[in-house]
Design a protein around this ligand. Structure first.
Ligand SMILES: Nc1nc2c(c(=O)[nH]1)N[C@H]1C(S)=C(S)[C@@H](COP(=O)(O)O)O[C@H]1N2
Ligand SMILES: [Mo]
Length: 321
């Protein structure tokens, strides 16, 4: 169902970057020497060839839900898909070639813990049980860079409905694949693989919590976390876990991957707040990928109207780290 409500962060549709503009921009960008040789041209983009062979290709482009528009231009696809955080494939930003090794079919998703009935669904079975839509979302990495992207997917609330959690469930934990043969980063045994993340049930069923299966009008490129990743646009990017294989409902607050590595730097809540610095740097502003622009960071990354209510009464919690 498409929601046509106008939200506080919205601007008129005419100001969102339409597809035609990023297409022209792409043609322009691929000829721009200043971008350097590491940026692939659109013809070389790793995600490109897959669109024809992916069994879910016919589901794209999904209809855009106009309730989710932006205050800034969409980040050009070649910039976004060649600058990624996906530590399974390396602790640098140019992981996109390595990520192509990840097999994404068959791909099974396990739903377990405090549910009426535990289940395992193939990704295409899951896709058949939901309807996809496109949303323009901002993304703010804790490292103080930001992008804007047309994700396709479905509400995390739809997955919660399919899972049918028990009344006592308080948290939803999520887990990434574990396959050190293809993901060399996972051979670093000092890290607590597999990558995990978790949200409260209120967060999991908030309108903005989105399970992503596509981007830029086609199935998700592997470097973005194919075939299933999360997008929580009001939180720092590390909460948006990639390549999910498991959803576990629990009544005990789980510790996430980054929380285990650096509990004083990466917390459970990780809501964006320009006034709460990371212990090692300011969060007051952010660099927009693909531009020379730095803009002020917004509380809850600009999505406060939609999410702030969930945090009322939680004053003792470290909501912003
Ligand atoms: N499994 C997994 N998920 C992950 C990460 C990761 O290293 N592994 N990095 C996170 C971080 S820090 C960010 S900023 C985003 C990056 O998403 P993008 O590459 O699509 O921009 O993915 C998040 N999800
Ligand atoms: Mo990040």
């Amino acid at each position: 169902m498409l929601i046509k409500r106008r939200q506080g962060w919205e601007i008129p549709e005419s100001q969102a970057t339409p597809e035609g503009i990023f297409l022209n921009r792409r043609a322009f960008l691929s000829g721009t020497a200043a971008l350097g040789a590491s940026i692939a041209t659109s013809a070389m983009l790793p995600g490109r060839a897959r669109a024809e062979t992916d069994p879910s290709a016919h589901l794209y482009p999904a209809e855009r839900n106009e309730a989710f528009v932006l205050d800034r231009a969409v980040t050009p696809e070649e910039i976004n898909s060649t600058y990624n955080n996906f530590y399974e494939f390396g602790s640098h930003k140019q992981i996109y070639t390595y990520a192509q090794k990840l097999p994404i079919r068959p791909w099974e998703v396990r739903i377990d813990g405090m549910v009426d009935e535990e289940m395992t669904l193939g990704i295409d079975e899951l896709l058949a049980r939901v309807s996809l839509e496109e949303r323009l979302y901002r993304h703010r990495c804790v490292e103080a860079w930001a992008m804007a992207i047309p994700w396709s997917g479905f509400a995390l609330a739809d997955l919660v409905r399919i899972a049918s959690p028990k009344a006592g469930a308080k948290y939803l934990a999520m887990e990434t694949f574990f396959n050190p043969d293809v993901a060399s980063g996972q051979r670093q045994s000092w890290n607590p693989w597999p990558y995990t993340e978790a949200v409260t049930m209120a967060e999991a069923t908030n309108d903005l919590a989105f399970l992503v299966t596509g981007a830029y009008g086609k199935p998700l490129a592997k470097q973005f976390g194919a075939p299933l990743r999360l997008a929580l646009p009001w939180k720092y990017g590390f909460k948006s876990i990639k390549s999910i294989v498991r959803f576990t409902f629990t009544d005990v607050r789980p510790q996430s991957f980054w929380e285990k590595i650096g509990p004083s730097e990466y917390g459970f809540w990780a809501n964006v707040n320009p006034d709460v610095p990371h212990p090692r740097w300011s969060q007051a502003s952010e660099r927009i990928l693909g531009t020379n622009e730095t803009v002020p960071t917004q509380l809850f990354n600009g999505y406060g109207e939609q999410v702030a209510g969930m945090y009322a009464g939680l004053d003792g919690e470290k909501l912003f780290m």
